[in-house]
Write a protein that binds this ligand. Sequence first.
Ligand SMILES: [Fe+2]
Length: 519
Amino acid sequence: MNGFDRRRFLELGGAAGAALAAGGLTAGPGWASPAQRSRFTGHPFALGVASGDPLPSGVVLWTRLAPEPLAEDGSGGMRGRGVVPVRWEVAEDERFSRRVAHGVSNATPELGHSVHVEVDTLRPDREYFYRFRVGGEISPVGRTRTAPEAGANLDRLAFAFVSCQNYPAGYYTAHRHLADEDLRAVVHLGDYIYEGGATGSLGRAHAPAREVVSLADYRIRHAQYRTDADLQRSHAAFPWIVTWDDHEVENNYADEISQHEGVAPRDFLVRRAAAYQAYYEHLPLRRSSVPTGPDMRIYRRLRFGTLAEFNVLDGRQYRSDQVDRNSPEAQDPDRSMLGAEQERWLLDGLGASTARWNILAQQTVMARADRDPGEGLRLPMDNWNGYEPARQRLFDGVVERGVDNMVVITGDAHCSMAADLKQDFADPDSRTVGAEFLGTSISSGGDGADMDRRGEQWLAANPHMKFYNQRRGYVRCTVDRDSYRADYRVVPYVTRRGAPVSTLAGFVVENGRPGVQEA
Ligand SMILES: [Fe+2]
């Protein structure tokens, strides 16, 4: 991290460091007189800071003013505040002596007093530091990094991907360790929050203490998650690239269809609009993702020079409803996981890509995941296994277009798995069209185990699967021109604090040789 003092940064990055930051970092140009007393009932930056979606010219900077994160009206303690101007600045050093960009962004009650700044005057492939100020209060400091120029021959890209951070289920120790890695970015593949009213047994009961439905509810839930110091640290350490899965709205929903029978699509869309808006408000997304009613465009493409391109997918908003396992409808070619428009966008983009590695950052398991080790097939229906014709279109499209080096990264399943993606899963000798790395949860499911019944069944029934584990953690990916390496980083427990992290297994995809090999 070129001359960067990690310990000092981490002191400043966590929630507990906020007071230190306010006292110790006020001497930057233009910010020399923070004498004004706080007008807030608490620290307005209690949710920390974040950055996201790195481009060569800049990143999105995020914060949300929430002096009382769990205020019952969902306002974060900002009720009656109106529009609040928030100053932001970006510097080349963590003490802000070399400031390179600054401005003012309005936090509005309409968007929960969140702040999304799209800085676009930065230099490519550079590390920067950023912070916010409102009144006399200064935020924790975040660190970020711009992407290299589109044509740059980046020789190495390290990032990590995560998913499924159920708050009552465990501590975010994995995020704490993640923040200490040397990465360019973090990719979050969904289940950023969970919508239920679980209490758990760790003193991390969900707020509010009920399933969230309204905008106020979702705001409180997001704010609660964001008070976690380890999550804040992870956000403050790297730019994030995020997409959602189901629990940001409701378990197993599909487009306008609730998992519960009898909920009218019109009513479900009201809930979806609330959930999407709260999601936008709490994550470092660009203006292109500002929701319009129940719709929000989150699928997008991000590029790291000629080395890697991320196709960030949305497998929830446009999908056809789940069907029963043996129903003939399951093979209906009109059923879609991504929706026709996104599917076309994806294949067009993959066909046109000049990147060495084509990464699909997406929600649910893509490889065949049969649980019947015998002759039959027992497939889950909420992931790509319930959308076989759509998966086949994707794989055939990839082969037709000669797409090289496709790597799919996946969340949702709360376990680690690595698999070859076969053009015909029924035939182990068929062409391998790509690799899938499934990453485990941060905390969902509690401590976990090295093996469970599903893992035994998967490994017995699916010859394309190479590995299974059910501990918690994240996946660190290190990509260069010759290979894509995935290291499964796990913690032995999440129901107590302080777990160490270790590398459980490593897998490699070689350039031009699709499929997963043990490292
Ligand atoms: Fe999950």
